[in-house]
Design a protein around this ligand. Structure first.
Ligand code: GLA
Length: 327
């Protein structure tokens, strides 16, 4: 059996910009989805409990096979299993990792090649078709292009990208708010529609604020990449704080729980923290030296439980490389 692994991601900055051709700065993490399989007559992938909970799991895989066929790649089947050490729905892009890993397996079984962005976009379209969320290209692109020790600076309009070095000691803490995300799909699509109206020149009080977030967030991505390239990671604190405030006030996708988690992480000594991913619930990311991450994770979980009664299990992660065949 061949094995294919694709990583999850956290986005350092550049939120709600990818679907409008803006800038993003995600990092692939050392957790992900692994597919162990061999070619077969049709697709039969069993999964351990967690991947099976990915929304539209079976539909998404079938949609990806159809997307690849539409690109002229012979239709193949796969038999095998899927394992994941990415918590589902915790803001680490588990569904993108699943499709990228399956995509590599399908291409291999078909003896076909596809350029990295072609595969990323096929996975994105498959997820959109299967789940109905008009997501951007960030999650799939970083799963395919990441390098260890680097964030990926990606222009989602031109698809130009470069690797941005991270401080060697950098650790990441991801804390899920564990709040219901019922509004996530409708809210996400609504924000996208509002931003598209703004970019088309239809400006009212609401769309102007959405546009202000988009423009200021793109500038923050450039500032964050420049700070990292200059070895001035301490500058990230103010940049991420401004990004969080913009998502809270101008884009209105944060929640009181996410705001609280950010405050708790900063109180616990994180260098920088903000909500990450689509919002309406979901997770925060905090940046800190690796050796301090476990203590920060514990302090945030304790403080969150004391304030809200909610139990959360933070993930401590480091940067990792791109999706690949393991053996
Ligand atoms: C979700 C989507 C991404 C991106 C973020 C917001 O994670 O999957 O494409 O739009 O929201 O930045």
């Amino acid at each position: 059996m061949a094995r294919y692994h694709a990583p999850g991601r956290v986005n350092l900055i550049g939120e709600h910009t990818d679907y409008a051709g803006g800038l993003v700065l995600p990092v692939a993490v050392d957790r992900g989805v692994t597919v162990s399989c061999e070619p077969a007559g049709r697709i039969r992938l069993r999964s351990t409990a967690d991947p099976a909970r990915i929304e539209g799991f079976g539909r998404s895989v079938e949609a990806l096979a159809a997307e690849l066929e539409g690109l002229g790649i012979p239709r193949v089947g796969l038999e095998g299993r899927i394992e994941s050490d990415l918590p589902i729905g915790a803001g680490l892009a588990s569904s993108a990792a699943l499709l990228v890993a399956v995509g590599l397996a399908l291409l291999d079984a078909a003896g076909a090649d596809l350029d990295p962005m072609g595969l990323a976009d096929a996975c994105r379209r498959a997820e959109e078709r299967a789940v109905g969320v008009p997501c951007g290209i960030m999650d799939q692109a970083v799963a395919i292009l990441a390098e260890p020790g680097h964030a990926l600076l990606l222009d989602c309009g031109s698809l130009a990208h470069r690797q941005v070095p991270l401080p060697a000691e950098l650790g990441l803490v991801v804390v899920d708010s564990r709040t219901p995300r019922r509004l996530a799909q409708t809210g996400y699509a609504a924000r996208r529609a509002e931003l598209e109206r703004a970019l088309a020149g239809d400006l009212d009080e609401t769309t102007s604020r959405r546009l202000h977030h988009f423009r200021s967030e793109n500038a923050r991505v450039e500032a964050a990449a420049a700070a990292l390239e200059a070895g001035e990671a301490e500058a990230l604190a103010a940049i991420l704080a401004a990004g969080h405030a913009s998502l809270r006030d101008d884009y209105e996708v944060s929640t009181p729980e996410l705001d609280l988690l950010v405050a708790l992480a900063l109180d616990a000594g994180a260098w920088a923290a903000r909500m990450t991913g689509g919002g309406f619930g979901g997770a925060i990311v905090a940046l800190a030296p690796q050796e301090r991450c476990p203590a920060i994770a514990a302090a945030v979980a304790d403080g969150y439980r004391a304030a809200t009664g909610r139990v959360t299990e933070p993930i401590v992660a480091r940067s990792a490389g791109a999706a690949r065949r393991l053996d």
